[in-house]
Design a protein around this ligand. Structure first.
Ligand SMILES: *[C@@H]1O[C@H](CO)[C@@H](O)[C@H](O)[C@H]1NC(C)=O
Ligand SMILES: *[C@@H]1O[C@H](CO)[C@@H](O)[C@H](O)[C@H]1NC(C)=O
Ligand SMILES: *[C@@H]1O[C@H](CO)[C@@H](O)[C@H](O)[C@H]1NC(C)=O
Length: 981
């Protein structure tokens, strides 16, 4: 130490002695000493470099003193004393702040003085933040460089072509920068062994990237993920980079088949083709025949002249990722072929999110080194092979969302390394016993969500069993765990997620569970028969979720820790008032659903403190008093449901500040007054104010300010005046219900503009937001499953008003209407002759009006019609025949003196007045009964007749709508009733 200090002093003296560039002198001096210091010119160059750099956390504080070789990040050649390596990699990597809160990334600019370091062989500036700075082209003059790493440093611009001068490069990593290139410079780097350009925009090189890369015969690792390459050439006549060990071409949007040449790379250890658009079958022939000699097939007498169709020649392969493509084909032979390798090295097999079929073969058990087996989201069938138990290194096993089923073999319990398993969205059967968990010491995550809510998998585990594992995530859905609360959770002190949904548990949650004092992300015990009172002690970590819906919990609502963000206590027996401090205790709540309980009292003002709230569902309780005025302070609310309570007073004006509101559901209360302006709620999709005491005109702003409205229900109020023509502008409307008011005037002829009633289903992606879907999502936990398949009824109900005039002919252009109810008005004139064009109609009620003329023959073409009521009009003439009309009963036509023909008595041949049930006087009583019955049926069937059959009768549904089993049919009008779908 002393010696070197002395020599530095000497050196400094020399340097200070006047001459500015003493290259030769210092070199001469230094070469005499094994411990030479750095050259002055290089030291100065480094100091210039430092000057240009922004170094907020002072990482370069050691860059002082004479011997730059001692500076942090600098390395020098011991013989020459010249700087040969510069490593300024940000040691904190991705973190933007180090532990002490400083910003460790270097920034600023890179001074060209760098080129003074002529002997530099190693340059690493990775993981810094140069804020879009162009990659400095002078790096191309550092000709001795063999290692260049500029990854993740926020460089931008075009990769300078003179990097092609770095002919000695072995390792080049420019990944994770916002750079682009045509790659033309690449072909001269013929010694290159490692190339990573991940994330660079190489779209310009797309047509010839492969021939270019093929000029690099020394390549061992090629990483080009997310480069926009888009073209994966199907053939490559001569492969130059035959030694390739690692090939990562993920996320390039290749829209082609799996190219066979990929599987000629027989040395491959790691192949990643995931997240492309690859299609076609898994390769039939893998690899070259030259490796056959390595396989011990010759002694296998079963293999005759013919080789197996699929040859697993990639025997060095440790990792194969093909996930998130559209690959088809059979898994069985593919796995068989992989397992041919006598000593398979395969550790990771990721085929998830493809379209593969077939059964998992028993040969799976031969892939003994497997650690990660991800096969989820394909179309595999059959069960898990018994041989699975041989995979004693298996850590992650994902089979979810296939078409598999059957019994889970007991050998599963042998997977002693298993950490995480996901067997969701499948229909497993049989009994799970302690044997299935026998050696699962490492298990942390278990997910078994049965595809159907019918319970076919039963856990039969003794109450004194002590599991060998400590789980963090336990997600069991639609598996029978009850009737007792599972006692084997007693030692599970590390649980973070507890989902025991629809588990047939009829018990109270035992005290020991609360005493585990878990810090939870999620608890979901919905759909059980759990009872008793809930303690307030449950603790949640940041963004905690709780769903205890549909149980028998009683007593006051529990108040849980302040981190909880979603709280679902719907459909229980909670009683008493909503705690007045609810909004203060759980201020992070985003979603609150306490509907369908026995809660009483008024809505506490502290709910207004939930400034993050998006969803507030208080429906189906006994809440009374007025709606509070705190809406200004909950700006993000998009779902507000307070229906089916006893709320009174008016809609507060402050609700107009709810600019995010999509669903406002206040039906079935005692609310009254005229509607205040809600003009700012411009995103509204569903406005349901039915069954209240609102009066005044239907405001025109509904039609003007809520263009996205899908559902408008104002039924059973006291609205007067005429139907504003502005409503016709609601082009997305699928359900319009203005029934049971005192509306007068004509039906506006612009109804024909309701284009939503001319399209059959909700086509736009917004359906995922539908409240109906929302409830569904809550019930089943998985948002992604319910994105797009929500179907709704198209319906128009103006019944029981004082509407007069004719049925506008334009009505008949609403060809996708399912339900039309105009009954109990004063409509006159004839039924439009083109009514037969409304071919979607299933329920048509025109009863109790003054419609005259004959029943249009075109109605025979309404073949979906399952409910028709034309009673109590002034219709006359012959009832049409054919299709449904041959099956209808007389009550359909009741009270129309002039109708004749089946099912009423035949028309008189001379065209005179027919005889019918309404003709006689003695059966008036019968007639009245008929009327009442048809009214009741009209009310019940008019809507639920249709929806009910959709919900209940699958064959019916299939026949008429060709819905697949998985599609969800929802009837919105009484959405509560549809929750059982
Ligand atoms: C140091 O430099 C000399 C001369 O250029 C070279 O031969 C030698 O390989 C270098 N040493 C190292 C460890 O790079
Ligand atoms: C990639 O670069 C091309 C032009 O070279 C440009 O058109 C394209 O938008 C870029 N792609 C991305 C994702 O930036
Ligand atoms: C293989 O690489 C060599 C050296 O870069 C090159 O000259 C040759 O053209 C390459 N062959 C093919 C078929 O690209």
């Amino acid at each position: 130490m002393g010696h070197s200090t002395a020599s530095f002093l000497l050196l400094s003296l020399l340097l200070l002695s006047g001459t500015s560039y003493l290259d030769t002198v210092t070199l001469g001096f230094c070469s005499a000493d094994a411990n030479v210091g750095c050259m002055d010119i290089e030291r100065k160059a480094l100091l210039k470099l430092r000057e240009g750099l922004a170094d907020p956390s002072d990482r370069l504080s050691s860059w002082v003193g004479v011997d730059c070789c001692k500076w942090r990040g600098i390395g020098c050649n011991k013989t020459t004393g010249r700087v040969d390596s510069l490593n300024l990699r940000n040691p904190y990597g991705d973190v933007s702040e180090s532990d002490d809160g400083t910003l460790p990334a270097l920034g600023g600019e890179i001074n060209p003085s760098l080129i003074v370091l002529k002997d530099l062989v190693y340059l690493d500036l990775s993981m810094n933040n140069f804020g879009g700075l162009e990659l400095p082209s002078f790096i191309g003059s550092l000709e001795k460089i063999t290692y260049l790493n500029l990854s993740g440093a926020s460089f931008g611009g075009v990769i300078p072509a003179n990097l092609g001068n770095l002919s000695k490069l072995l390792h080049l990593d420019l990944s994770n920068n916002a750079v682009e290139s045509d790659l033309r410079w690449l072909s001269s780097l013929s010694y290159l062994q490692f190339l990573n350009l991940g994330g660079a925009n190489l779209t310009k090189a797309a047509p010839y990237w492969l021939p270019t890369v093929n000029m690099l015969p020394s390549l061992l690792e090629l990483h080009l993920p997310g480069c926009g390459l888009s073209i994966l050439p199907p053939t490559l006549p001569h492969i130059n980079f035959t030694s390739l060990l690692v090939l990562d071409l993920s996320a390039n949007g290749f829209n082609s088949t799996l190219s066979p040449w990929l599987f000629n790379l027989t040395e491959l250890v790691n192949l990643d083709l995931s997240r492309n658009n690859l299609n076609g079958e898994l390769p039939e022939t893998l690899g070259s025949l030259t490796h056959l000699k390595n396989l011990d097939l010759s002694e296998n007498s079963d293999i005759g002249g013919q080789l197996p169709r699929n040859l697993g020649m990639l025997c060095n392969l440790q990792s194969l990722k093909l996930s998130i493509n559209k690959v088809t084909g059979e898994i069985t032979e593919f796995i068989d072929s992989l397992s041919i390798c006598t000593n398979s090295s395969l550790e990771r097999l990721d085929l998830g999110f493809n379209r593969l079929t077939g059964n998992l073969p028993n040969s799976l058990g031969l892939l003994k080194k497997l650690r990660y087996l991800k096969l989820w989201s394909n179309s595999f069938q059959g069960s898990i092979p018994e041989s699975i138990g041989n995979l004693t290194f298996l850590e992650e096993f994902y089979l979810a969302r296939n078409k598999m089923g059957g019994v889970i073999p007991e050998s599963f319990g042998q997977l002693s390394s298993l950490v995480a398993v996901d067997l969701s969205e499948t229909t497993w059967e049989g009994v799970i016993t302690e044997a299935h968990f026998l050696k699962l010491r490492s298990l942390k995550e278990v997910v078994i969500q049965q595809a159907s809510q019918n319970i076919s998998l039963v856990f039969n585990i003794s109450s004194n069993w002590i599991p060998p594992f400590k789980l963090r995530y336990l997600i069991l859905e639609s598996c029978q765990l009850g009737p007792k609360f599972p006692a084997w959770l007693r030692n599970q002190t590390e649980l973070v997620t507890v989902v025991l949904n629809n588990a047939k548990i009829a018990d109270t949650i035992p005290d020991w569970f609360w005493q585990l004092d878990l810090l939870l992300d999620e608890i979901n015990v919905a759909y059980n028969q759990l009872g008793g009172k809930l303690p307030n002690s449950l603790r949640f970590s940041y963004r905690g979720n709780a769903d205890l819906s549909t149980n028998l919990f009683e007593g006051p609502l529990p108040l849980w820790s302040s981190n909880i963000t979603t709280l679902y206590l719907r459909d229980n027996l909670f009683s008493g008032p909503i705690p007045s401090n609810i909004g203060d205790v759980m201020p992070s709540l985003l979603e609150l659903d306490i509907s369908r309980n026995g809660l009483s009292g008024s809505i506490p003002l502290s709910l207004g403190n939930l400034s993050l709230l998006t969803t507030m569902v208080l429906s189906n309780n006994y809440l009374s008093g007025e709606i509070p005025h705190f809406w200004n302070s909950i700006p993000n609310l998009y779902l507000l449901d307070m229906s089916n309570n006893s709320l009174s007073g008016t809609i507060p004006r402050s609700m107009d500040s709810l600019g995010s509101l999509l669903f406002l559901i206040l039906s079935s209360n005692n609310l009254s007054g005229e509607l205040p302006s809600l003009r700012n709620c411009t995103g509204m999709k569903s406005l349901d104010l039915g069954e209240n005491k609102f009066f005044g005109n239907i405001p025109a702003w509904i039609g003007e300010s809520m263009p996205s409205l899908l559902i408008l229900r104002l039924s059973s109020n006291s609205f007067t005046g005429s139907i504003p023509s502005q409503l016709c502008g609601l082009s997305n409307l699928h359900i319009l219900d203005l029934s049971q008011n005192n509306l007068s005037g004509h039906i506006p002829s612009c109804v024909g503009n309701l284009s939503g009633l001319k399209t059959s289903v909700f086509s736009d992606k917004d359906t995922s937001y539908l409240y109906q879907g929302k409830l569904k999502v809550v019930a089943r936990r998985r948002v992604q499953d319910y994105g797009s398949t929500l179907y709704l009824v198209n319906s128009l109900d103006l019944s029981n008003n004082n509407l007069s005039g004719e049925m506008p002919r334009e009505l008949t252009s609403l060809i996708k209407l399912w339900t039309l109810n105009l009954s109990m008005n004063h409509l006159t004139g004839v039924i439009p002759s083109r009514i037969g064009s409304m071919v979607g109609i299933e329920s048509l009620d025109l009863s109790i009006n003054q419609l005259s003329g004959s029943i249009p023959q075109s109605m025979v073409s309404l073949t979906f019609l399952s409910y028709l009521n034309l009673s109590y009009n002034k219709l006359s003439g012959k009832i049409p025949t054919g299709n449904q009309f041959n099956t209808l009963v007389p009550s359909v036509y009741e009270g129309n003196a002039g109708l004749c023909g089946f099912p009423l008595p035949d028309c008189q041949v001379n065209g005179g007045t027919p005889q019918g049930p309404s003709g006689g006087g003695e059966d008036t009583g019968f007639k009245m009964w008929g009327f009442i019955i048809s009214m009741v049926i009209g009310f019940v069937m008019g809507f639920w007749g249709v929806c009910g059959s959709l919900v209940i009768s699958k064959p019916w549904r299939k026949t008429y709508f060709h819905f697949t089993d998985k599609m969800i049919v929802a009837c919105i009008r009484k959405y509560q009733g549809a929750q059982e779908i």
